[in-house]
Design a protein. Structure first.
Length: 229
């Protein structure tokens, strides 16, 4: 409850500092509440600032391997994630001799698993996809019109993936990982680039709670003022 924490008694509106004769506390509270509501309704969704730890986006990682990306959300609900999964040499697709599988987790829960031919052969196959992710995969150097050839090209490839994700209030953690036979970074290098996350804004129920809280604070303040007379 970000909004309530920010403007609860003692934190936001200066309840204790108003002069009783110059301004009614509840008038100030009402203006503050309307201002905050206007701010939130003006923002449909917001882009998150992402911390990838020591990993530089687009860089090469060994397979098997993983890294975490963390970001904050001011509300619980549905966010959106898009990224480019990059294969540098011969990452294998499904049903190949040496299949490599990509996994995506949000806050420890798996939301996507797939195997793509990013240079090493095999087929592009989505294995687990409860959120309805889309994936557009290109195998570099493939000669077929769909660029998803089963052929081995050794030129890598990339898959542009997008999906909705369930987010918590506060810090959320994305875990990107690859599993499969250990074949070395030069053979099975992978990475993530063009990472973008949109987080939800507080829902109308939150505005109602916010305004109810402001109203209660205003009443409390008026009662204190009357008791002091
Ligand atoms: Ca492999």
């Amino acid at each position: 409850m970000w909004g309530i924490e920010q403007i609860g008694p003692g934190k936001g509106p200066k309840l204790g500092h108003l002069h009783p004769d110059t301004e009614e506390p509840h008038a100030t509270l009402l203006r503050t509440g309307l201002g905050i509501a206007a701010f939130f309704t003006a923002v449909i969704a917001q882009a998150a600032s992402v911390n990838t730890g020591g990993y530089v986006l687009g860089g090469e990682l060994a397979s098997p391997g993983s890294f975490d990306a963390t970001f904050s959300s001011t509300a619980a609900g549905t966010g959106y994630l898009h990224f480019q999964l990059v294969g540098f040499a011969s990452l294998d697709g499904y049903d190949n001799c040496c299949t490599d599988v990509f996994h995506l987790r949000i806050n420890g829960m798996e939301v996507f698993a797939a195997s793509f031919n990013l240079g090493g052969g095999g087929t592009n196959t989505i294995l687990f996809n409860p959120n309805g992710a889309t994936a557009l995969t290109t195998t570099h150097g493939a000669t077929d019109s769909l660029h998803d050839s089963h052929q081995v090209t050794w030129a890598g490839g990339d898959s542009r993936i997008a999906l909705p994700i369930d987010l918590l209030v506060g810090v959320n953690t994305l875990t990107f990982s690859y599993t499969g036979l250990r074949q070395g970074v030069g053979d099975e290098g992978w990475g993530v680039g063009s990472l973008g996350i949109t987080t939800p804004v507080p829902e109308p129920q939150t505005y109602a709670l916010l305004l109810a809280g402001l109203g209660a604070a205003g009443l409390l303040s008026r009662r204190r003022k009357q008791a002091a007379r």
